[in-house]
Design a protein around this ligand. Sequence first.
Ligand code: CA
Length: 290
Amino acid sequence: MATAIIEIGVLLVVAAPTPSEGFKFGFNNSYTCHCKNDEKCDIVTGRCDNGCLKGWGGPSCQQGNVALGSEEVSQSDILIDSYGPKQAVDGYTDTAWTFNHPCIHTSFSPWAWWVIDLQRTFSLRFLKIFHQAGYAQGFSVHIDNELCFKHTNVSNPPTEIPIECGRTITGRHVNISSIRSDDFFHYIRLCEVEIYVCSRGTFGSDCNKFCHCSNGDECDVITGQCPNGCQKGWKGASCNTDIAFGIRPHGNRHHRGKGNMFAILQIQLLIYTHMATDIIEENMCARLQI
Ligand SMILES: [Ca+2]
């Protein structure tokens, strides 16, 4: 029993990490919370009570904007220095022209473009573009020269445009361009470009589904399929089916409950582990209907 008491003390420390360590959630605490003000997230879903950290989105705050704050941006030409390419990744999405946070503004040209180098390849599919009305008709989005999306409507697009590529494209350069051979005095005004990537082990259009790939591989953003099979203990096309217990909410075998209740339940499980050495903790969670 003395051994059990010592381990209880250790476990209480684990159950209450400091914000500087980064709160964790999900299966084996392998996911990092991305809550505003470094707050703790739900231990099962990752949901944050007061919203996501800047640059993160989705119900579980696992959808990251890899464009935010980039220094590796350029554009076809700059009308005025303060209207340069960084304005499209400064985190301000206002589409009304302001002097504090203006949008990019290319010079007059039949071919206007803006490009970002993400510095490494990502599996890309979802973006969002904020722009000033009237200056993006017929625009295209390319990822490493492969067409992701082209606006074909004769009318001007809305100022906030969620974009899904026709398929997932692996690349590092995202180029947004507009060609108007009939209009030399043509330019684009992009206010913000958000390029979304799911954190490792999540997938879906808003990254709120969980996959469990072998070797910690990333899974397909749409299907959840793992490139080299599932992590031990998981199966299914998306590697989100627990071999022992089937599909669980968000594909997890997590313990339910929060705060002190979570710690108390784990204490009970540890004591029980000492009495039944052959049973792993996760199986016990299921038996106790946690
Ligand atoms: Ca901006």
